[in-house]
Design a protein around this ligand. Structure first.
Ligand code: ATP
Ligand code: ATP
Ligand code: MG
Ligand code: MG
Lengths: 256, 256
């Protein structure tokens, strides 16, 4: 793929899956060819597209372990131009299995870099930890999109994540950069939300997307219908926000 | 400790830390002697009691690695009768370090079971994964309190967690049982919340606490003041809910 973005944050429940699924859909909606990789053993991105758990389906685990090529495990989604590599329970064992492996940090990198450039974007949905799975995503990526919930506890972990990105850039992947921080579940009626947003913008300036994703119940309903928000309710504030975010990501690409 | 409870769920952001901190406080408020163990490298439970990160403070990592005894690493909290074992960044490395260790699943078990019975309860705040840290918590515990956010994606992972508890019970810790599921961030204006609550109660019946923790902004504000909700705003709906939950946990103990 021409551009690989890891959607990562070790803090749990901040909107990583929601952002990976809906940003991927919004980029596909404006004509980009997109690949979404579910790197979380919870398989929430796979569920969000209506995939039932299937122990026989090959996916992310098989491309990490080398048992299959990327081209063999692609799954269609309800979104034209968007293909998915599904997660499975086997992925939970991958962290332990990879520990002793040769070049353990580069497994995803080699799986993704051997493919043709049939894709403009690949987005990787990461689990809520900084273990070997997320490390593989950071080593394989050009940029990191960091969803940040507008909550105090979510702010706490940001410096760890920034530090980890710097470490990976220095030791494994000099091309890696922070693509941007996206504020999620923003609720303008809630003073804390406002305070966190102000705090993050004062620290990170331009690295924070202008687009904020509002708290919107339609977003949390959409995975139960197996559809991204753009297909579930394209008139919702959530859908509009992810389209606007895609616009900012594309603008950034043009500016290089 | 007489009773050890792991607060666990691999799904991120469901209220594990909030439940561990506030249930521990509520139990201490009614006279129990309580120990709270922060087993998450994010150290959110430590932050919630106002602890700044301190690379020289010993805590959970040192008791897991055997470098210190439990009695040497206890930290006072603003709550009488509640002591804390703090997390640190070193804990992030513990998962990888434990992989090759002898009896790797029993490290926390032996650290907790060598202490005197000075405590009535020990609560363990787990990270959002089913790796070696959470496994250590399950092996060391008598029961598992499972916070469950009233959201569709949170429901998806529940069967994995129940399966993991059964596996640990069979292979490592026959005493382990599901103490109870507590519904968190419940919002009665949101149909999805209601639907998830009904679904969980129909599947798990009595194993779901009657008490539901409402979505309450005072709860999400309290960690930024380094106080549990009972001390930050004892009149809030959040504080009342955690007191009620403590009552149910104590009632369950009496029934044995
Ligand atoms: N803007 C939003 N408005 C309302 N609900 C949201 C929003 N974004 C995400 N959610 C809901 O919040 C929950 C957490 O989001 P999500 O699962 O995407 O986070 P995550 O960071 O991927 O979690 P994990 O750490 O477990 O991987 C989900 O139930 C999701 O549907
Ligand atoms: N009942 C509630 N009402 C409002 N906000 C809440 C409630 N419970 C938790 N929160 C907030 O939601 C966020 C997630 O909660 P918390 O951090 O306790 O979850 P967690 O499961 O421990 O997350 P992680 O998976 O990262 O460890 C926090 O910002 C917290 O303050
Ligand atoms: Mg996720
Ligand atoms: Mg937590």
């Amino acid at each position: 793929p021409k551009r690989i973005l890891a959607v990562a944050n070790q803090k749990g429940g901040v909107g990583k899956t929601t952002t990976a699924v809906n940003l991927a859909t919004a980029l596909a909606a404006v004509g980009r060819r997109v690949l979404l990789i579910d790197l979380d053993p919870q398989a929430n991105a796979s569920t969000a597209f209506g995939l039932q758990r299937d122990p026989h389906r090959q996916g992310t685990y098989e491309i990490l372990s080398g048992a299959a090529e990327l081209a063999d495990v692609l799954v269609e989604t309800p979104v034209p131009q968007l293909m998915l590599v599904a997660s499975s329970m086997h992925l939970a064992g991958a962290e332990l299995e990879l520990v002793g492996a040769q070049g353990r940090e580069y497994k995803l990198h080699s799986a993704l870099h051997n493919t043709s450039h049939a894709y403009d974007y690949a987005l990787i949905d990461c689990p809520p930890s900084l273990g070997l799975l997320t490390l593989n995503a950071l080593v394989a990526s050009d940029g990191v999109v960091v969803p940040l919930q507008c909550e105090f506890l979510a702010l706490e972990g940001l410096s760890n994540l920034v530090q980890t990105i710097d470490n990976v850039k220095r030791s494994f992947n000099p091309a890696l950069a922070m693509e941007g921080i996206v504020l999620t579940m923003y609720d303008r009626r809630n003073g804390l939300s406002e305070e966190v947003a102000r705090d993050v913008r004062s620290h990170f300036g331009k690295r924070v997307y202008e687009t904020m994703i509002p708290r919107n119940v339609r977003i949390s309903e959409s995975p139960s219908h197996g559809l991204p928000i753009l297909l579930y309710d394209h008139r919702s504030t959530g859908a509009a926000a992810y389209m606007k975010l895609a616009g900012e990501v594309l603008k950034q690409e043009l500016q290089g």
